[in-house]
Write a protein that binds this ligand. Sequence first.
Ligand SMILES: Nc1nc2c(ncn2[C@@H]2O[C@H](COP(=O)(O)OP(=O)(O)O)[C@@H](O)[C@H]2O)c(=O)[nH]1
Ligand SMILES: [Mg+2]
Length: 439
Amino acid sequence: MFEQLTERIQRTLKYIKGEGKITEKNIAEALKMLRLAFLEADVNYRVVKEFEARVKARALNQEVLLSLTPAQHFIKIVRDELTEILGQEARPLNFKSQPPSIFMLVGLQGSGKTTTAGKLARYVRTLGRNPLLVSFDLKRLAAQDQLRIIARSLELPFYEMTVEKMKDPAGVLKELLTYTRNRGYDPLIVDTAGRLHVDEELMEELKLVREILQPDEVIYVGDAMTGQDAVRSARVFEEKIGLTSIILTKLDGDARGGAALSIVYVTGKPVKFIGVGEKFDRLEVFHPERMASRILGMGDILSLIEKAEKEADLKEAEELARKIKKHQFTLEDFRKQLQQLKKMGSLSGLLDFLPKMGPFKKIGQLEVDDKKLLHYEAIINSMTPQERENPRIINGSRRARIARGSGRPVQEVNQLLKQFFEMEKMLKKSDFQKLLKNI
Ligand SMILES: Nc1nc2c(ncn2[C@@H]2O[C@H](COP(=O)(O)OP(=O)(O)O)[C@@H](O)[C@H]2O)c(=O)[nH]1
Ligand SMILES: [Mg+2]
């Protein structure tokens, strides 16, 4: 995420650290470097100016100039102000105390509304809620097909619209409210129509939905890859229908960061979630402070730990620790580990959370090959249970059979076994406690 921006900011911080003393002159130089980094990342110029003025005012304070660690002070100021423009702190969804809460998603076509409706429903279910999904599009009834499929695959309730019902839009919206209330659904998540460009007809349609449903959240879904275009259209939606919050999608792609760093300041609305992948579990709660750390290259360890706690099976982790301790680590365990990694998303995605400095620097720079993990898994899958428990019996002919079975070259089977034996040796040599300390 935002690699280029992070790299340039890191260069600035390194420069300031190297200077030892902080003077007006090197602050000006550092600010110039930051300004260029932001502009290159397509950040709104008003945001850049505001950020620069605030950092400058604080950095030139006597307290900083006279402190023993001025560079650290400067970095802290940059981090604080970055957090500020990202929205200060995480804001939870606005649930009504008297259900049902109603969340309406708006945005341009292709921004990720329908996908996000599914992600959001899945997310609120993990909070113990019982969401209902519906798609409201007066022009294209078929637009609901995509959401219906998503709802089915996630086993979530879906409200079906029909041609007949759509003849009376206000009537069907009222009926939808009664239906939601009577069956105890909470929240009702409404996917709406999108267009390539904002047009009056669409705005009228969305206003009608807003008027009748009185949603607790009108969430603008914006594609972060479109940079300032996403910010501009958010403003139009805010003016015409009014928004309560924002979800930015496709931050897993090569978005430069401009939308994320501008949209809160420009619209005055908080970003509540970010979409970081096409799959339905790829939705993250947006924490401005953690995002600021990530952008600065300091990593987001907190989110990583939360992710691991949520997704990895703790019992399996304990079992693994026990086996390592007893030197009973087998290829079967190795396979389980690969599966855990897969559950947590891609390995390269995980690396995004790690700091790019200090002891983690090397890891952050690793070229991770997610495909290789899949290939390794395929190879282990082609082994018999005995082979997995006791890899030493895997001779030449067994290797050839495994290679054929998994569709991978024999060299790769050899490579996997070699790596496994090395790992085993390391585990045997090391005291487990020591190993844990080093992780
Ligand atoms: N990589 C990535 N793709 C996404 C994300 N959110 C949505 N998409 C993709 O964006 C495309 C458009 O999404 P869709 O939900 O149909 O957009 P809509 O027209 O606003 O309803 C689809 O191919 C989605 O899979 C995301 O966070 N990351
Ligand atoms: Mg859609």
